[in-house]
Design a protein around this ligand. Structure first.
Ligand SMILES: Nc1ncnc2c1ncn2[C@@H]1O[C@H](COP(=O)(O)OP(=O)(O)O)[C@@H](O)[C@H]1O
Ligand SMILES: [Mg+2]
Length: 730
């Protein structure tokens, strides 16, 4: 699947040397296909010493030299990393861009009707293609009318995985004038973007044209566009959430509208052109039709029907047109009615509160004012709109909540916003699902609580304890239970969508990608189930219980087992490589740049080369590692049973800082903005400065904290084995 010579060439190990001399090796790595590419000696050594003892359901025993072991109270683990993002389906993109029409697309559309060129989809670049000998295509992000947007790797930075987004424009026009216009439009987009510097605008790294295709190389934004968010979410976004996004959009619009020498009118504001990065920050993408404002200039209608203001149809564009499109976007986000499917300018006939009665009257009038047909009846500028947004009581409430937090921290006390008692321990990680928080508990239930108040919404009872942390995909939440089954329930109601059996208890947490649920079982297998039906696509027999959360990265499924082996499989279940630590692995591997990183009960934290599984570096702590790491900037942060939290340089494993808690740190680490959140078996949740490793605050509960905290809207949520779920100001 991945066309990469490094991975498929037989290794350069001398055939006669069963103990390769590379220091990094030292028996740490197993060949991916022992029979084919390795000497018998090495294969035999593996057989002799690495054979799993027996059917593993027991907790790993410490060896003599590893006197320190992970406390019972910290096991069995649901060691989890932060929730995976669900990649928006390409289907949405296709539909979306076929409705959106920029002039180039109009022209291409016309050509297509005339029967000449092939649709853009057929001309997609293959994974592995290199552009300019520098940008390696890793996958498709979206397909539009005039080309695709790809995820790519910049090979100019060989030591690291520098990602970028490559936006392609296929010039299929046969008419020379049309072709030139398309190229000019492309160059204009690149030119404008390259000069803009604003945190909400992705940087332009490069642009070029290869034959009939032009490319724009952009900073890669990790996250989802709001269009995908709308389709992935069940229920409505909260008013405060939409107001926050709108206020952020005001900032970037006012930057554009105040651009010198002339204002820039974005002209195609709509949910699919707004991305939300993994920090919750707004990013404006798709400057395809932005152009320098020339007052009084008339041109063709540019934009997207449904979002575009009436005057733009007459070729007039000015800053208040972007405010109209922002109003249409807010209307869409709040009402969940897609304006492209309705007659243009029909918002007045479809008031938001008819579909979503929770929106306040103040916000309704604000959106109505933005959607005024008459330009002069709207807000005068993005700044004026932002002031109006911030004076809404929903915005004031969330601002005062933030102020309270600051006060509390200054006086040294962290007070829970709410807490909720389950009937048994909460060992797994909680999961934020829109306005709900899902809590896996040993009492056999998964609870859904109102995120703001902690009020009970629903619960779903499995037949066994739930230590597995739920993963979300669209309307479904998926998790496993010690009753051996995987469950998918509707997030909003808790009603069962499907279950799928395995042959062992499930402590592993699911990872959802490519329409599949990947999850391990104590029966020693990793399973791939179809997300929609729960049908099994395949399973792969590992050497021991699979308790970690797998990760799918760059078409490799990476997971670990309790026998200390990390496996990397292709999506077709072929073993690409495997690596063996000296003792079991309960933590989940994480993928970052060129590395797969994971800690082992052998006390080491490993940085493995993600193409080969070779050890790039390793770092020894003073105890077994069961904690799943998190990456922040260029640091990898994890805990150890030696009570410390470690931050290492992800590129070479050098220690940057270490913070000592009062108990074993076995839970997964979460980093939000520049703060590390991690629980300890001493019962406390620690908030640590990610840069310096100094303590910000500590909050004590009456039980061990072994799941990963989750952060949303300035609140940190986590469970404790004292049976409670807590919501604290982050
Ligand atoms: N820099 C980026 N990083 C990550 N994803 C991006 C980036 N730019 C665009 N996307 C994704 O690709 C989609 C299409 O990109 P866009 O520039 O809007 O092209 P189109 O002209 O096809 O609408 C966006 O809706 C967004 O989901
Ligand atoms: Mg777009």
């Amino acid at each position: 699947m991945i066309d990469d010579k490094h991975e498929t060439e037989p290794k350069s190990e001398p055939k006669s040397d069963p103990n390769p001399s590379t220091p990094a090796l030292q028996g740490d790595r197993l060949p991916s296909a022992p029979g084919r590419m390795v000497t018998r000696g090495l294969a035999q050594r593996f057989k002799r010493s690495e054979e799993p003892s027996e059917y593993p359901d027991e907790r790993p025993q410490p060896s003599a030299d590893h006197g320190l072991q992970v406390q019972d109270s910290a096991l069995p683990f649901p060691v989890d990393e932060p929730l995976p993002e669900v990649v928006p389906s390409q289907g949405t993109k296709g539909l979306l861009t076929s409705v959106a029409r920029s002039p180039e697309e109009e022209l291409l559309q016309t050509r297509r009707v005339a029967g000449t060129p092939q649709p853009a989809q057929e001309g997609l670049l293959r994974v592995g293609t290199q552009l300019q000998g520098r940008y390696k295509i890793l996958g498709v992000i979206g397909v539009g009318g005039m080309g695709a947007v790809y995820r790519a790797q910049d090979l100019r930075f060989p030591g690291v995985m520098r990602l970028c987004a490559v936006k392609e424009m296929i010039n299929t026009a046969s008419d020379r004038r049309v072709r030139d216009m398309i190229t000019r439009n492309f160059e204009r987009e690149a030119g404008i973007l390259a000069t803009l510097s604003h945190p909400a605008i992705p940087q332009v790294y490069d642009y070029f044209t290869e034959e009939s295709r032009s490319y724009l190389v952009l900073e890669f934004v990790t996250g989802q566009d709001l269009e995908a968010r709308v389709s992935a979410s069940e229920g409505f976004f909260s008013e405060a959430q939409v107001v926050d996004w709108a206020a952020q959009l005001c900032d970037v619009l006012s930057f554009l509208h105040n651009h010198k020498p002339r204002p820039i009118i974005f002209r195609d504001l709509k949910p699919s052109n707004v991305m939300l990065d993994d920090q919750g920050r707004i990013r404006l993408v798709d400057f395809g039709i932005a152009k320098l404002f020339q007052s009084g200039e008339k041109g063709t209608m540019i934009g997207t029907e449904g979002y575009s203001p009436p005057e733009q149809y007459r070729g007039v564009s000015e800053p208040r047109g972007d405010l109209y499109a922002l109003g249409a976007t807010m209307h869409h986000l709040l009402s969940k009615q897609d304006p492209r499917l309705e007659p243009p300018f029909s918002f007045q006939e479809r008031p938001i509160h008819k579909s979503n009665p929770t929106v306040s009257q103040e916000l309704l009038s604000l959106v109505e004012k933005l959607l005024e047909y008459d330009v002069n009846a709207r807000y005068g500028s993005a700044e004026e709109l932002k002031r109006a947004l911030l004076s809404l009581s929903s915005a004031r409430r969330s601002a005062s909540a933030k102020a309270d937090t600051t006060r509390m921290l200054m006086t040294g006390g962290v007070k829970p916003i709410w807490r909720f008692a389950c009937e048994d321990e909460v060992r797994g990680s909680v999961c934020v699902a829109g306005d709900l928080i899902l809590v896996p508990s040993y009492d056999h239930n998964i609870y859904a609580l109102d995120i703001d108040e902690g009020a009970f919404a629903w619960k779903y009872a499995a037949e066994g304890g739930i230590a597995s942390s739920p993963a979300l995909a669209g309307r479904l939440a998926v998790f496993g239970s010690t009753d051996r089954s995987v469950y998918a329930v509707e997030v909003q109601t808790g009603s069962l969508a499907w279950t799928a059996p395995t042959k062992g208890r499930i402590y592993s947490s699911p990872y959802i990608e490519l329409g599949h649920v990947f999850i391990g079982s104590d029966d020693g297998s990793l399973y791939a189930f179809q997300l929609q039906s729960g049908g099994e696509s395949w399973h792969y027999a590992a050497n021991g219980a699979v308790r970690s959360r797998p990760v799918v990265d760059d078409h490799l499924v990476v997971f670990s087992c309790s026998q200390g082996i990390v496996y990397a499989l292709t999506l077709g279940r072929d073993l690409k490589w495997q690596f063996r630590a000296r003792r079991g692995i309960l933590a989940s591997p994480i993928a970052h740049e060129n590395f797969v990183m994971v800690g082992s009960l052998d006390w080491y934290f490993y940085g493995l080369d993600r193409r080969s599984g070779w050890v790039g570096w390793k770092y020894r702590t003073n105890g077994p590692i069961a904690s799943t790491a998190a990456v922040w900037e260029d640091l990898v942060i994890f805990g150890s049973a030696d009570k410390s939290v470690y931050a290492l340089q992800a590129s070479d494993g050098r220690l940057v800082w270490r913070y000592e808690t009062q108990g074993q740190v076995t839970g997964a680490v979460t980093v939000h903005q520049d703060t590390v959140y991690v629980g300890s078996v001493d019962g406390a949740l620690y908030s640590i400065d990610a840069r310096s490793g100094s303590l910000r605050w500590r909050y004590g509960t009456d039980g061990a904290i072994t799941g990963a905290p989750q952060i949303a809207n300035g609140v940190v949520y986590f469970g404790s084995s004292d049976h409670y779920v807590y919501a604290l100001p982050a």
